[in-house]
Design a protein around this ligand. Structure first.
Ligand SMILES: [Zn+2]
Length: 455
């Protein structure tokens, strides 16, 4: 039987993994072991082309794939920016291929804010801690572990799988998914659907467990606001001050309340929430229904409208010198199809004298919550967590599904995790003290194995 060899990253010592409450060492599930190993590769992506790179992590996952008898290919878009692709032959060649993908990079972590080393792969209190434990080295590990299970149990999955581990997702996938889709589209030949991150996790709704399946993504537009004024001495009367002008624009935009507009996905989600809560959706407002999803409401409320968050400020070089320019970064997440309208509205909000420079933009997506894959996901979850409803949702963020969609591949967020009700899982995406319960990883492995064996 092919099995994934147990190789740890060289630079970190093997730790006293999984000490049970009684003090006895506890055998880690393969999923937790791989996720822990991956966390120990610091694949921080700082954005704007600065990154620690993914090559070591890519070689690690490639080795795991080789251990399963597969032939992974590694692609470098730039030195150090490595993505890995492997095709798994399915039993039924007539079925279209399914892309199962994860990303290997993570956002930066400021260790001073964490209660553990973010790149230590610490196992504590029944959870795996570290940058990537949630986004998304957990799913990377679930993909590898379930692939081993599928190959061992059945020899092959039902249909062809394209297993992809992308670089650079956290900077919009320019050097990862977008690069591969553009330069090597044949890798995805025959694929019509994809599953990946930020969906499939459980929430508590009306006192019962439910699962969110991501069937759409908002568009993203990253812009820079530039205010220009006159440089001068900090002691003078100076009405034409770029910093003041920028600050006014940032405050206006940051406080702007974008109107609610429901899409097919959010309308369906709110209808389902109302049904479960047994309330009339005509009488209970969208925000109120969204709040009923508890920890997930931060994601859900943001999916009901456009958001424009200031995320960075740059101006000035000396305390007594007024600079002639000031710049702010704005993270815009527009509802699918409203990107250009939103940009023109932003110009009105900030005023004509502020220049808007688009740094990066990507499309929104929306896919129907029906069809064979959805049915397979729902019935698989029903087998593993009977009675828990599965709800569609529109992700307020974006994933590599955007790039795959340009090849006509419909992407979903399905990284299945059964979570305790008191864990604020959505807050840990890009948050501090990212952690995932070890038993949720085992659950995810089992659900994914079941799905890939049958679909
Ligand atoms: Zn992610």
């Amino acid at each position: 039987m092919p099995s994934i060899s147990n190789v740890h990253p060289a630079e970190k010592p093997a730790d006293p993994a999984g000490i049970s409450p009684a003090g006895h060492p506890q055998k880690l599930d393969l999923t937790a072991e791989i996720a822990r190993d991956l966390i120990r590769f610091d694949t921080t992506n700082y954005g704007a082309g600065r990154s620690n790179g993914e090559t070591e992590a890519a070689e690690y996952v490639a080795e795991k794939l080789r251990g399963l008898g597969l032939v992974p290919e590694l692609f470098d878009s730039e030195p150090g920016r490595t993505s890995v692709i492997a095709r798994v032959k399915g039993r039924d060649a007539a079925r279209p291929a399914l892309v199962v993908h994860g990303h290997l990079d993570v956002v930066p972590a400021d260790a001073a804010n964490w209660s553990v080393d973010p790149f230590g792969g610490v196992i504590k209190d029944g959870l795996l801690w570290g940058r990537g434990a949630v986004d998304m080295k957990n799913m990377d590990a679930m993909i590898l572990a379930s692939l081993q299970d599928v190959i061992n149990a059945n020899g092959a999955p039902e249909r062809d799988l394209v297993i992809a581990f992308f670089a650079d997702e956290e900077a919009g996938g320019v050097l990862g998914s977008h690069f591969l889709v553009r330069e090597h589209p044949h890798l995805f030949d025959g694929a019509t659907e994809a599953i990946s991150e930020v969906g499939g996790y459980s929430i508590t709704l009306g006192g019962q467990r439910a699962y969110l399946l991501q069937t759409g993504e908002k568009a993203l537009i990253w812009v820079k606001l530039v205010a220009r004024g006159e440089a001068g001495h900090g002691s003078r009367m100076h009405p034409n001050n770029a910093v003041t002008r920028l600050a006014e624009a940032v405050a206006k935009l940051g406080r702007y309340e974008w109107p609610i507009r429901l899409t097919d996905t959010t309308e369906q989600l709110l209808g389902e929430i109302a049904r479960i809560l047994e309330v009339d959706p005509q009488r209970v407002g969208p925000d109120e229904l969204a709040l009923a999803t508890g920890t997930a409401s931060g994601f859900i409320q943001a999916s009901l409208r456009t958001t424009t968050n200031p995320t960075g400020l740059t101006a000035g070089y000396k305390h007594n010198v007024i600079p002639d320019t000031a710049e702010a970064l704005i993270d815009i997440r527009a509802l699918p199809g409203e990107e250009d309208l939103v940009l023109s509205q932003i110009q009105e909000i900030v005023g004509a004298d502020i220049e808007i420079v688009t740094m990066h933009r990507d499309i929104g997506l929306e896919t129907e919550f029906s069809g064979p894959l959805i049915e397979a996901v729902v019935s698989t979850l029903e087998r593993h967590d009977p009675g828990a409803p599965v709800l569609p949702y529109l992700l307020s963020a974006g994933t590599d599904n955007k790039a795959l969609s340009t090849l006509g591949i419909k992407g979903y967020g399905f990284a299945p995790l059964r979570l305790p009700g008191d864990l604020d899982f959505p807050a840990m995406f890009h948050g501090v003290d990212e952690r995932v319960p070890l038993d949720a990883l085992v659950f995810g492995r089992q659900v994914l194995t079941d799905l890939l064996s049958q679909y």
